[in-house]
Design a protein. Sequence first.
Length: 144
Amino acid sequence: MSRIKIDLPDSFSFTAVIPIRITDINYGNHVGNDAVLSIIHEARMQFLSKHGYTELNLEDVGLIMTNVGIEFKKEMFYGDTIEIKIAATDFTAVGFDLYYLLEKQKDTNRLTVAIAKTGMLCYDYARKKITAVPATVKEKLMSK
């Protein structure tokens, strides 16, 4: 079976800080894979909000996540605080990719706990059609 391999960009324009909640913990006593997807969703919402956007209003168009890939690197536990760095890249006429680097501090070491990528597509929910990335979005999302 081939493994997902995500090549991260060289720089990130945003960092979210998210504490691990008890509801993120699974029967293995660590963060569940479904919770990691929720954590990157929260980080994405904070990233968009920083630029005055939401998933339903990105310069009057919406966003749909078309795909996701996650590489799990280390366990996360209740009480950990995760820093999620985000970069928007690979813009096309109708979408772009978001990359996520999830890290935690353990003693004096900074550990990568997961990396992820989501494909985002611009969508007009009223017309139920794919639509173009608004002109100013790329510049805003790539800025610090």
